[in-house]
Design a protein around this ligand. Sequence first.
Ligand SMILES: [Zn+2]
Ligand SMILES: [Zn+2]
Length: 357
Amino acid sequence: MEVTPNHTQTVAGWAAMNESGKVEPFIFKRRENGMDDVTIKVQYCGMCHTDLHFIQNDWGITMYPVVPGHEITGVVTKVGTNVLGFKVGDRVGVGCISASCLDCEHCRRSEENYCDKVTLTYNGIFWDGSVTYGGYSNMLVANKRFVVRIPDNLPLDAAAPLLCAGITVYSPMKQHGMLQSGGSLGVVGLGGLGHVAVKFGKAFGLRVTVISTSPAKEREARERLKADDFIVSTNQKQMQAMTRSLDYIIDTVSAKHSLGPILELLKVNGKLVLVAAPDQPVELPSFPLIFGKRTVSGSMTGGLKETQEMLDLCGEHNITCDIELVSTDEINEALARLARNDVRYRFVINIGGNAKL
Ligand SMILES: [Zn+2]
Ligand SMILES: [Zn+2]
């Protein structure tokens, strides 16, 4: 492991050392808190599917050892002299991005997530050439631009997944005008992303239909998440009954599937957004697109300004994620369950080990 000169702070974390799919305790160094930096005592970190992909090197780009985690919440312990927006004791979060060029058209619009030089919070290369390490660790040094504030009324554990799962669905919902009451929204897949999309939809006054392969999820979707409708995507009768009924669809499914039957659910001029990343190309038949003048688009997380806006709205509407809190001794067990999609709906690691904050 190469050490950058000002990386003098010792941090305890959990890293995957190889493709075994497991993490182990790992001691490493972080940079000193610079003038524009905020040091954060990490309290909680959500476990995203992306973590698993990097741990297992599914995409062939993992730089071991990898310290995963990009749904990070904690408390500020130090701020640099140029930092005006945060002070010691503030409750803050860090999501998927830890740096970008700050100067391109995307950065100027606070779409840092689409910057050519975007640096991910882990397995990225920071400005000083060091490899970034994520939130499965007890301390983080972050540039102020990439830190957001967690509203006081949101618990830091259940808010953590908003930093990735939340912004991933919020950004396209806003972009495509879905946040206006009266519209009808379909959410394909009821997992980490899907359940937040349902909550946003209900909070903003949309009629929400959950579309799932699993009939067992109906009760939970209706009762716990207050979805208005639930249809099983393999039930042709149910699918046909919903033809041309939805204004928008958010597709959160990362398993291979065809968009054809789902597109038929959209009204004329309806919009479908893909936010998951199936390994295989998705099937996109032309007829439902053409005959319904429908649009298919994609979206990847969100910018920092938008992330703060989403968190503030979550504060106003009291939206958090439904989580299973695990201790640092249970990370590997949780990873194994995550690989089987056996989680309701997000694991969050209690890094701080304290009582709830
Ligand atoms: Zn994520
Ligand atoms: Zn840029």
